[in-house]
Ligand binder design. Structure first.
Ligand code: ADP
Ligand code: MG
Length: 498
């Protein structure tokens, strides 16, 4: 070999050595970045951990707070609001009734026709539309004019054969925000939740606002009841099955109500003499306990929300928020590592990742996780390798598992408060005949999160069995109520007429 050739070969060895060194260096660096991301995931998993022992602490805290909220006004973060609903529909109702439902994301209008027998419930013309976002921070007048206008259009579309032509229409206003009732058909808004921000509305009578808007449009409609969405769901549940005494909504927000003995509503003794029970709207979204597994993402989400220091439980379990928790974790990872490529500015946009997309990613069953790739691309994150897509699925799983399991703890807390959780009841020493004494309890559940996100539902139901145990769980039936809030509210109005 000549001198030149030797020099050339030596240079080639040197180059390949340094290329290898660079590659090894890169690999070490990229491994370090991957390790950093895995560390963030591990921290998230630990912070979101919900072993059954911790869930039981949440159950106990929920029951304690329920007692405190019933004992005195302001006694707990749980408002435990009176609804003035003493009787629920029993199946004998007759006639045609309407419901207009303002949720957190959608408004719905429907009509029900009842034939006086439980089996004769005809739900007609269910309309569901997204609430135009500009209404959420407009004025009460603009909001209610819009609702009255929508109602007018609904009625215009009714066929001539409709039973209610020419007679005053009886309407339930299903309103999914906290209200202090003075009767079943009147109550003032306590505060907005779920991103609504019309401050002059707070303190105003909600039913009166809607009735006023209807009257201004010359509509012959009577706002016969103001109904919380959970109370609507309970009404539909009870109509079909009188063992239904608890209802929970998991939609944009989350809330629960249940049938309480009036003598247990200590803060209102004297007021309530006519009936043995009343439905209590818990407003459980505002529940808080130090046992709730809170992460730095929850703290930031709360601080940057339109209602900081408020609705802490809702912000961990409801549809409006799960997507935003996941977004915050992905953003954090993309800031400490380039496994997501350069940090997309879209990842800093609040609520850009919807919970619908979280469930689509979580339940992506394509071999290459194409749904995950598509949704990440919409967030400005393109061409990430499969292992990164798998990591995103894992984040969705951790956040939703925590939500489902905490939701179950909330339900078990209600069951505990009303003595249907088997505690102090079914224990090892009890006989078979005593076991049969355990009452069947039906929990009506509705809302878009529960109805459409299978993994949320499964985590919730699995945790409920874990908390209650196999035996007691046999007596607790969770029933899905599609459109239960709206249909049930119309049934409630029907029951007021009979
Ligand atoms: P509202 O809260 O307006 O009464 P819904 O009960 O239908 O309306 O709940 C809508 C919310 O449910 C959505 O904003 C979303 O958070 C959640 N949701 C709906 N569909 C899905 C889905 N496929 N996966 C996950 N969450 C969903
Ligand atoms: Mg709803």
């Amino acid at each position: 070999m000549g001198k030149v050739a030797v020099a050339f070969a030596a240079a080639a060895v040197l180059v390949s050595c340094s290329v290898a060194a660079v590659m090894v260096g890169r690999r070490i660096k990229s491994r370090a970045k991957w390790r950093a991301v895995v560390e963030i995931l591990k921290e998230l998993e630990e912070a979101c951990d919900t072993p059954v022992g911790r869930l039981r602490q949440v159950v106990d805290a929920m029951a304690v707070e329920m007692h405190a909220g019933l004992a005195s006004e302001g006694g707990s973060k749980l408002k435990m609001l009176l609804t003035f609903v003493h009787h629920l529909p029993n199946g004998t109702e007759k006639g045609t009734y309407y419901a207009l439902h303002l949720g957190g994301t959608y408004f719905r209008i429907l009509r029900v026709h009842l034939g006086g027998e439980r089996s004769y419930l005809d739900v007609q013309d269910v309309e569901r539309h997204p609430i135009p976002s500009h209404l959420m921070d407009s004025t009460s007048e603009v909001l209610f004019n819009f609702l009255a206008f929508s109602m007018e259009r609904f009625i215009e579309k009714e066929g001539k054969e409709s039973n209610s032509q020419g007679v005053k229409r009886e309407l339930a206003f299903t309103f999914s925000f906290p209200v202090k009732h003075s009767s079943i058909s009147s109550g003032v808004l306590i505060k907005w939740t779920k991103g609504f921000e019309i401050s002059e509305m707070v303190g105003k009578d909600v039913a009166e606002c809607l009735q006023g808007a209807m009257n201004r449009r010359g509509l012959d409609i009577h706002v016969a009841a103001l109904v919380n969405d959970t109370v609507g769901a309970l009404s539909l549940g009870y109509y079909h099955d009188p063992d239904t005494i608890v209802a929970v909504v998991f939609g944009t927000g989350s809330n629960a109500c249940y049938l309480e003995r009036t003598d247990a509503i200590i803060k209102s003794q004297g007021l309530l003499t006519t009936s043995g029970s009343m439905v209590v709207n818990m407003e459980w979204g505002n529940f808080w306990s130090s046992h709730l597994p809170r992460t730095s993402y929850d703290i930031d989400l709360d601080a940057e929300s339109s209602n900081p220091n408020d609705m802490g439980f809702e912000k961990m379990i409801a549809g409006l928020y799960l997507g935003d928790i996941v977004r915050r974790v992905i953003r954090h990872m993309s800031q400490v590592s380039d496994i997501f490529g350069p940090t997309s500015s879209m990842l800093s946009e609040p609520y850009v990742l919807r919970t619908n997309s979280v469930s689509a990613m979580h339940e992506d069953d394509t071999p290459e996780l194409q749904q995950v790739a598509r949704i990440l691309k919409d967030l400005g994150v393109s061409d990430v390798p499969l292992k990164v897509r798998k990591l995103v699925v894992k984040i969705c799983d951790v956040v939703t598992r925590r939500a489902g399991r905490l939701a179950a703890a909330g339900i078990a807390g209600i069951l505990k408060k009303i003595g249907r959780d088997g505690s102090g009841g079914i224990t090892s020493g009890r006989s078979r005949s005593e076991m049969r004494m355990q009452k069947r309890t039906v929990v009506a559940v509705e809302g878009g999160l529960y109805m459409n996100y299978t993994m949320f539902r499964e985590y919730m139901e699995e945790a409920l069995v874990e908390i209650l145990g196999e035996e007691v769980s046999q007596y607790v039936v969770v029933k899905a109520m599609e459109d239960g809030s709206s249909i049930g509210s119309a049934l409630l109005v029907a029951s007021l007429q009979s």
